[in-house]
Write a protein that binds this ligand. Structure first.
Ligand code: SAH
Ligand code: SF4
Length: 345
């Protein structure tokens, strides 16, 4: 089988090309071409035909195909369903903010974690994405919208820390100065709380923002909506978060989906305050997006205001996340789910 060259580090390409008898200066050229997103080796115009032939024999270049695209009439948010050569598809969302474009990409096809409020969690797990497949989501969006992406959030389909090695590889490649050159400070990784991997990530001391999907003030509520909590409880998770802050010096962002009658009472807010007191963190409240069949509803506005007031009184900072693309159901997992249903009927 030919190797996925788009997922290889420069050093790995160097080792391979040396073994193929190529001089070292070729490596940087080939690496730059690959990371610029060429779709065929023939596009590498300053590489000899002989070497291009060798590359074709040994390596493969992957790109994504746009299966569906929804553009919001309100704010130009674009939601894509992108497929790969094996037919699997993931969602990515491109959002425009005042400081530039942010892309929300997927890290797995589906997810194993089974959170009860999440469309991706409800549709099961198909396979891991490679680093080059994560990169290709960004390139496809850039090409389609004719823009440059400046920020990335790993908040699409999948649990990034359940695909740890490929995600770390992606982070190094996307931030590399001969590649897309998007710095770690412009990247957020969101996790449901795979505790051992939070420790591993902390030890790498990358300057990325860690978002932790908390969604509950205690184990009882959290275990009901997020099965991962039965494996790694909240105290264990918060301990790992404190370690992450100590190692990296970076503030953690806690995601909290406000679900009517489930986790949104003033008492829930008070309990959450006690759990997070003194931590270098910010809380992002997200009125839960309705996913068919889950029976969950968004919290009422005044409930959210009350919740924030309790947190602020305890010295914590909380904001309600601005919703972009509300007319196109921009939260991830829903487009693929609809697509799967269409295919079945
Ligand atoms: N697996 C990772 C990242 C992908 S999910 C994680 O769980 O963190 C991205 C974010 O969307 C998470 O915070 C997740 O909890 C949240 N989310 C999932 N379904 C949602 C819904 N129906 N409404 C609001 N937020 C949701
Ligand atoms: Fe997976 Fe995140 Fe959805 Fe949970 S919320 S099922 S971890 S994608």
């Amino acid at each position: 089988m030919r190797t996925d060259i788009g997922s290889m580090y420069e050093q790995e390409i160097a080792e391979d090309l040396t073994a193929l008898g190529e001089p070292p200066y070729r490596t940087a050229q080939v690496y730059r071409w690959v990371q610029s997103g060429v779709k065929s080796f023939d596009e590498m115009t300053n590489i000899s035909k002989k070497l291009r032939e060798k590359l074709v024999q040994n390596y493969q270049l992957f790109s994504a195909t746009i299966e569906k695209k929804l553009v919001s009439a309100y704010d130009d948010t674009r939601k894509y369903l992108l497929s790969f050569p094996d037919g699997e598809a993931v969602e990515s969302v491109l959002m425009k903010y005042h400081h530039g474009y942010t892309s929300c990409i997927s890290t797995q096809v589906g997810c194993k974690m089974g959170c009860t409020f999440c469309a991706t969690g409800q549709s099961g797990f198909a396979r891991q994405l490679t680093a080059s497949e994560m990169l290709s989501q960004l390139r496809t969006e850039q090409e389609d919208a004719n823009i440059r992406i400046s920020n990335i959030v790993l908040m699409g389909m999948g649990e990034p820390l359940d695909n740890y090695d490929n995600v770390i590889r992606f982070l190094h490649l996307v931030s590399h100065d001969k590649g897309m050159n998007i710095g770690m400070r412009h990247i957020s990784l969101s996790t449901c709380g795979v505790v051992p991997k939070i420790y591993e990530l902390a030890d790498l001391k990358l300057q990325l923002t860690l978002s932790v999907s908390l969604h509950a003030p205690n184990d009882q509520i959290r275990s009901r909506t997020m099965p991962i909590n039965r494996r790694y409880g909240m105290q264990e998770l918060l301990k790992a978060c404190r370690y992450y802050i100590a190692q990296t010096g970076r503030r953690i962002s806690f995601e909290y989906a406000m679900i009517d009658g489930v986790n949104d009472s003033p008492a829930n807010a008070a309990e959450l305050s006690r759990q997070l007191k003194g931590m270098l963190c910010h809380i992002n409240l997200i009125p839960v997006n309705r996913v068919g069949g889950t029976g969950y509803h968004k919290s009422k506005q005044d409930r959210i205001r009350q919740f924030i007031a309790v947190l602020e009184k305890a010295g914590l900072t909380a904001t309600v996340r601005r919703t972009l693309g509300s007319d196109i159901n921009a939260s991830c997992g829903q487009l693929r789910r609809a697509h799967q249903k269409e295919e079945r009927t």
